[in-house]
Design a protein around this ligand. Structure first.
Ligand code: GDP
Ligand code: IMO
Ligand code: MG
Length: 428
């Protein structure tokens, strides 16, 4: 029995999807624990390209059961259309997926509120995915959320919706000056979802517990990344959940002592989507070049991702809060085209050296990156599967990142396809 968590080490989009899929062949269960359809996880295999938003990517392997934990917020339309799309692509998944009865539902009014909130913030907008994620978690914390289990008791749902919408409509009408949301329309929508979702709703915490008791292997699929964590990230430019290891415990009902392996997935450079501080951001031609070469456009919203060099101050912080047992370095091939590559070793602020990632974003914004320059390599890494074939320049870059974070690299990804992967050390 092994429980392995695969977590984003930066600001999301580190290629967690590719890595979870790569590791899932010999696992029994793959579980999502946080976020919702703000996530976009890409897998490319011999059957084509798949982008998952809610369903755990591991289900592409026929023996894997996919579970959506209590910590996830579920948009039923997105969930159902994802299943349909997979079935259309001849991936027979619907009998192998469960949603926790404790998972909260992303309602249409959450999507409306997310977008109205962003508009009202003007220049201070967070740059959310607009998928209603923040308002859904806000309702959860305010104890007025609707959970998957509520679809099994439609009698009480109507009065709960009336209460919730009295509150939200007051804000929609009086603050945002928009039309109120109709309780009846939402209730009808819920009746339809109730019929369609009921076969998927289950007690996921029990499934997870029982499978660990019976020695099965579990992969925990992180969404987002450590620096988007509600507590540990660059607040308020964060998501509204906990993509870190603590979130894996609370979002699935796992015990910390049950987690054997924590893989931190890092791109060989940095990206972020939306607003917020980004010390190593490249606002120049080099940044443009990486964005174009790597096609750094969001898998969920299609937005251009901001691009920068690898930031080891942020990476060390990410490692500290997640306790990685090993690292995964992805998209190394993107750097094949550079004469020299920079790595940020520390920051500088008012002439002082900064080695700890600041908690206050106005301080972080004032930090300047101090770089070490590493020569590029002439032989390409793209598509390599054998560590001994890695050009020595690329090996030096990988070794330096390992040294700066202080954790061994177990996997290197050299392309988007499942097979374009180097297993440096067995990680499972
Ligand atoms: P996730 O959200 O962490 O799962 O990552 P995304 O799927 O949003 O973004 C990662 C992107 O990188 C996807 O387009 C992948 O197909 C692609 N990708 C994954 N690994 C590699 C790699 O090693 N090299 C290259 N060039 N692309 C990769
Ligand atoms: P995956 O799982 C990258 C970012 C948004 C925004 C902030 C808040 O694919 O790595 P939200 O809609 O969550 O309220 O937006 O978080 N964000 C992501 N960025 N990858 C993701 O997921 C993200 N999920 C949310 O861009 O800056
Ligand atoms: Mg993504």
């Amino acid at each position: 029995m092994t429980v392995c968590a695969v977590l984003g080490g930066q600001w999301g989009d580190e290629a967690k999807g590719k890595i979870v899929d790569y590791l899932s062949e010999k696992t029994d269960i793959v579980a999502r624990f946080s976020g919702g359809n703000n996530a976009g996880h890409t897998v490319i295999n011999d059957d084509g390209k798949f982008v998952f938003h809610l369903i755990p990517v591991g289900v592409l392997w026929p023996n894997v059961q996919g579970v959506i934990g209590n910590g996830v917020v579920v948009n039923p339309d997105v969930f159902l259309s994802e299943i349909e799309e997979l079935e259309q692509k001849k991936q027979n998944v619907s009998g192998r997926i469960k949603i926790s009865d404790r998972a909260h539902i992303v309602m249409p009014y959450h999507v409306i509120l997310d977008n109205l909130n962003e508009i009202s913030k003007g220049n201070d907008a967070i740059g959310t995915t607009g998928r209603g994620i923040g308002p859904a978690y806000t309702d959860k914390a305010a104890r007025i959320g609707i959970r998957a289990a509520d679809f099994k008791d439609m009698n009480t749902l109507l009065s709960r919706l009336e209460n919730v919408l009295t509150y939200h409509n007051a804000i929609i009408e009086n603050v945002h000056k928009k039309e109120p949301v109709s309780v009846n329309e939402i209730y009808e929508q819920c009746q339809s979802w109730s019929k369609k979702l009921t076969p998927f709703i289950d007690s996921v915490e029990h499934i997870v517990y029982d499978s660990i008791e019976s020695n099965k292997n579990l992969i925990v699929e992180g969404a987002q990344g450590a620096l988007l964590d509600l507590d540990h990230g660059t607040y308020p430019f964060v998501t509204s959940s906990h993509p870190t290891i603590g979130g894996a415990c609370t979002g699935l009902g796992l015990l910390s002592s049950q987690i054997d392996i924590v893989l931190g997935v890092f791109k060989a450079y940095s990206t972020r989507v939306g607003g917020g501080p980004f010390v190593t951001e490249l606002l120049n031609e080099q940044g443009e070049l990486i964005r174009e070469l790597a096609q750094e456009f969001g898998a969920t919203t299609g937005r251009a991702r901001r691009v920068g060099w690898f930031d080891s101050v942020a990476a060390r912080y990410s490692a500290r809060i997640n306790g990685y047992t090993s690292l995964v370095l992805t998209r190394l091939d993107v750097l094949d085209n550079f004469d020299s590559i920079k790595v940020c070793t520390h920051y500088e602020l008012d002439g002082e050296k900064v080695t700890d990632f600041p908690g206050n974003i106005s301080i972080l914004e004032k930090c300047t990156p101090i770089y070490e320059e590493i020569p590029g390599w002439t032989t390409k890494t793209a598509g390599l599967t054998d560590i001994s074939k890695l050009p020595s320049g690329a090996r030096k870059y990988v070794d330096r990142i390992e040294e700066l974070i202080g954790i061994p690299i177990g996997i290197i990804s050299t392309g988007p396809h499942r097979d374009e992967t180097i297993l440096v050390n067995p990680v499972l």
